[in-house]
Write a protein that binds this ligand. Structure first.
Ligand SMILES: [Zn+2]
Length: 153
């Protein structure tokens, strides 16, 4: 008889910086197909696992102390053949923490970091644009009220 695909061979509990405790399940063998499913029978198991890994990766970006959504890794090292030890830092409140996660979580975490970097880049662009608009408006107002004269240049 083949082993039950839903029975994990090994589990481990990890506490994330957000304070949430997750259970990491190691599957030594690829998930087996669900019975009586016609197409791509392993897809739902894999989708569920990918969704869980993405959720864990997203949690790594959240600060448990202040709620900031931009917690970043300041260092990471391999911790065994399938795990990484991440040292995380909150840029808002300087909270720090260390977590050990599996390779697949780190793959999703890379995507989370890229998403966060894109959000920050967009916010910077909008801030610079708003500052330029404000500066032009102040200069125009100063010109209109005669506060800026040709001899000022
Ligand atoms: Zn924080």
């Amino acid at each position: 008889m083949r082993p039950d695909p839903h029975t994990p061979s090994q589990t481990r509990q990890v506490t994330l910086p957000s304070g949430r405790t997750i259970e990491i399940v190691y599957l030594d063998e690829p998930p087996m197909p669900e019975p009586f499913v016609a197409e791509d029978p392993g897809a739902s198991v894999l989708d569920e696992r990918a969704a869980r890994l993405a959720e864990v990766a997203h949690d790594l970006t959240l600060c448990g102390a202040c709620g900031c959504a931009f917690v970043q890794p300041v260092d990471w090292d391999e911790a065994g053949p399938r795990h990484w030890r991440l040292e995380l830092r909150c840029p808002n409140c300087e909270q720090r923490g260390t977590v050990v996660v599996e390779d697949e979580v780190v793959d999703h975490y890379d995507l989370e970091l890229e998403r966060g970097a894109a959000i920050l880049a967009r916010a910077l662009h909008e801030t610079v644009e708003q500052n330029v608009e404000d500066e032009v408006a102040r200069f125009a107002a100063a010109l209109d009220s005669g506060l800026v004269l040709p001899e000022d240049f």
